[in-house]
Design a binder for this molecule. Structure first.
Ligand SMILES: Nc1ncnc2c1ncn2[C@@H]1O[C@H](COP(=O)(O)OP(=O)(O)OP(=O)(O)O)[C@@H](O)[C@H]1O
Ligand SMILES: [Mg+2]
Length: 229
């Protein structure tokens, strides 16, 4: 496979402020960063430092208060909600800290959903691909289970399979091994790095897992809403 080059993410002066009961709260304060195509980046920092907020902004799931995010060459502020959704559907995988599986869909149906939204392949092909991924994360025997019948670690693995199924150019994952035992966590790390090797997918991973951070090319550290260099 030809090596992809260039920047997939460019961030300048990114700020996120919210109004809460006590007044205005600054969550992110002047973030600048650039991420090369095909690279593996770990985002680390204490609880409450702004990691999940930053990930959501990079993926176009949230609006910045100031500054800019370019994702795959698109200035996210210049795209409307529909255009951002189309960009995400085609090129972005996202694993939320809270998994966010659809409760009324089985594990298999949850993983098929992004493919069905893309509408580019037939349902049997989508099911085949989804089943293969669920097997890779060790959930072959659980494909017909609904999320509430799955353990936290199993739900996390369904969420990972759902993020991988469209073979995204950029995978954002928020503590992807957070609820997993060492062996399952290791298998999930292997799967992400295999995706990076096979298709040149860029990985941006929030993590407290030392093994995962060590295997990345770079570690970005965030402290109270600012990157530390
Ligand atoms: N919509 C919001 N309104 C008010 N405060 C918010 C909002 N979103 C995030 N925060 C606050 O911003 C801070 C950063 O939150 P964020 O979820 O980004 O932290 P984090 O680094 O991901 O933490 P953790 O490691 O615990 O997941 C926290 O103090 C949180 O309470
Ligand atoms: Mg978080």
């Amino acid at each position: 496979m030809q090596k992809k080059t260039g920047l997939v993410i460019e961030v300048q002066g990114l700020c996120k402020k919210v109004d809460d009961a006590t007044g205005s709260l600054t969550i992110l304060d002047g973030i600048n960063l650039a991420i090369e195509a095909g690279s593996r980046v770990a985002l680390v920092g204490a609880s409450g430092s702004g990691k999940s907020t930053l990930l959501g902004l990079l993926a176009g799931l949230d609006h910045a208060s100031a500054g800019s995010v370019r994702l795959l060459g698109h200035d996210l502020a210049q795209l409307d909600e529909d255009a951002r959704a189309t960009l995400r559907r085609g090129a972005v995988g996202f694993v939320f800290q809270s998994f966010q599986l659809m409760p009324h869909l089985t594990a298999l149906e949850n993983v098929m959903l992004p493919l069905e939204l893309q509408g580019e392949i037939t349902a049997p092909e989508a099911a085949r691909r989804a089943r293969t991924l669920l097997e890779q994360v060790g959930l072959g025997p659980r494909t017909a289970h609904y999320p509430k019948l799955l353990s936290g670690g199993e739900q996390q693995r369904v969420a990972l399979a759902r993020a991988f199924v469209t073979r995204p150019a950029v995978l954002f994952a928020d503590e992807p091994t957070g609820s997993l035992d060492a062996a399952t966590g290791h298998a999930v790390i292997e799967l992400m790095f295999e995706m990076n090797r096979a298709s040149g997918a860029t990985l941006v991973l929030v993590t407290h897992d030392a093994e995962l951070a060590r295997r990345c090319d770079r570690t970005l550290t965030i402290e109270a809403g600012r990157l530390v260099v």
